[in-house]
Design a protein. Sequence first.
Length: 251
Amino acid sequence: MPHKKRITCLAALIVVLGLVSGCASTPNGDPGDPYEATNRKIYNFNDSIDRNFMQPVARGYVNVTPKPVRSGVTNFFDNVGYLNVIANDLLQGKATQFLSDTGRFLVNSTIGLGGMFDPAKEMGLRAHDEDLGQTFGVWGAGEGAYLNIPLAGPSSFRDAPGFVAATLLNPLTYLNPIVTLPLGVVNAVNIRANLLEATNIRDQAALDPYTFVREAYRQQREFRIYDGNPPGDGFDDYLEGEDDSAILRIY
């Protein structure tokens, strides 16, 4: 499997496993996770919400919503949140990417009917993924303590402010709550629906899910900070050693 595709699958896995259950704390905690006991409790809380509410709702949504409509919904929310990517392009000094992403946003917001379609992709303006946590990383900030955030999943002291920045840069934030809240619910359900196929990893992984998510999250963030060329510390070597078909079945 291509390296980039494995990491994309890994990103999806992290989001899903951020909502699934953890096991009891191990005797020797990770120094980068000083709040492990609390993090595990939040992990279990997220799991309860996911199993009892998000998954059933997401499956119902998939059953009644055609795939082209779901793709349009995904495109719309990706586009409306793209100002966050553009701002962090600028903060990281990526001038060429900034111009490309600005063009992508303008094309999809107009020709793409508010972002429901992605004509920019056909024009060669590919999507990027930048956020404030990555910007801090590029600036040299360490990740700080690992965190599990209620209803949001894995994060860290470095990455957590990114949630606030993304919210402030999202135009939907400034609409009337009567509009914003229903749209937020639709977005959350649509995101969960897009990840349903990755859920079975919970039943196949023999590792402690909490520990796996934590380490996978760290690796994924490092990958993004280094734009796909991280120094590496062994986790990707593990993926390289796996049979591609096995990775596909897991992810």
